[in-house]
Design a protein around this ligand. Structure first.
Ligand SMILES: [Zn+2]
Ligand SMILES: [Zn+2]
Length: 278
């Protein structure tokens, strides 16, 4: 009989604190029937000798660990490509298709990433979270999600604890697929731009795949169309900057080289009662 809790995937998802968490489904897989929970099974070779072999459940266990280490925000614990709302919007459908089939082109060292641009609430973070879920659980690739401003604060707190910049950035530099959410957010200080430059240069030079989301776009006319019509001051003017103005030309040109840019135009799904709301 099919497990109604996990749909026979053997994996159950739980929002646990800050990050999405996965574990073996307790309803159908509290203990592996193949290995009785030992993690290995005994087989007999051609000469009649018995030998121990890693049970297939250990591979799934490893993928679950990759998912749990990816730091996907817990609000996206149950995302999937099939429950991503596009509601007939061609731009969102195209972004979804690109994300969904991006793995087809993925090769270690192939390094071409994606950069999703679009206004608040169109579903960029949800989409990249879905990609990480697939990459870790389905394909066993180590991924790490980092919201840009919390990345900056964790670097700052690392300094306060006396860690060197290189030791703080080690994980960011070495992870197979890095997701940087909300690129361009922040105060755009010299220090922030420097850190971003260090991270991006390193990943560029080591040909590692990086996926970005940003509220800024590369065309002025599509950056926050609403605020462009208003008299701009302070924060509003900041929002109306292009991505290139936010991250400065040197970083922008690296981004162009290492990512395909994808624009997501759509309503803010976080506010109900839009023409697209379900
Ligand atoms: Zn189950
Ligand atoms: Zn097993």
């Amino acid at each position: 009989m099919r497990c109604s809790k996990c749909n026979d995937s053997k994996v159950d998802f739980i929002p646990m604190g800050k990050y999405a968490h996965a574990e073996f489904c307790q309803s159908c897989f509290s203990k592996c029937k193949e290995c009785d929970g030992d993690g290995f099974v005994f087989e007999v070779d051609d000469h009649g000798h018995e030998f121990a072999k890693k049970c297939s459940c250990q591979d799934l266990k490893h993928r679950i660990m990759l998912f749990n280490n990816a730091q996907i925000p817990s609000q996206f614990y149950d995302v999937s490509f099939s429950n991503f709302k596009v509601s007939g919007n061609a731009s969102l459908q195209s972004a979804l298709d690109t994300a969904r089939f991006s793995f087809k082109n993925y090769k270690i060292g192939n390094w071409k990433g994606l950069l999703f641009m679009g206004g608040v609430g169109v579903g960029k973070t949800r989409l990249v979270s879905t990609m990480i879920k697939d990459y870790t659980l389905k394909y066993g690739i180590p991924c790490l999600f980092q919201e840009f401003s919390s990345l900056l604060s964790s670097i700052k707190s690392g300094y306060d604890k006396g860690f060197s910049e290189s030791s703080i950035l080690e994980k960011i530099n070495n992870i197979e697929i890095l997701v940087v959410d909300e690129l361009g957010k922040g105060r755009k200080s010299d220090w922030e731009i420097n850190i971003l430059d260090t991270i991006i240069s390193n990943r560029y030079n080591t040909r590692k795949t990086t996926i970005f989301t940003t509220n800024y776009t590369d065309k002025k006319e599509t950056s926050y169309q609403d605020s462009a019509r208003k008299k701009l001051d302070g924060e509003e003017r900041e929002k109306n900057e292009t991505l290139e103005q936010r991250v400065l030309p040197r970083i922008y040109s690296r981004l162009k080289g290492m990512c395909d840019f994808i624009e997501m135009k759509g309503p803010d799904f976080r506010y109900p009662k839009t023409e697209y709301s379900a």
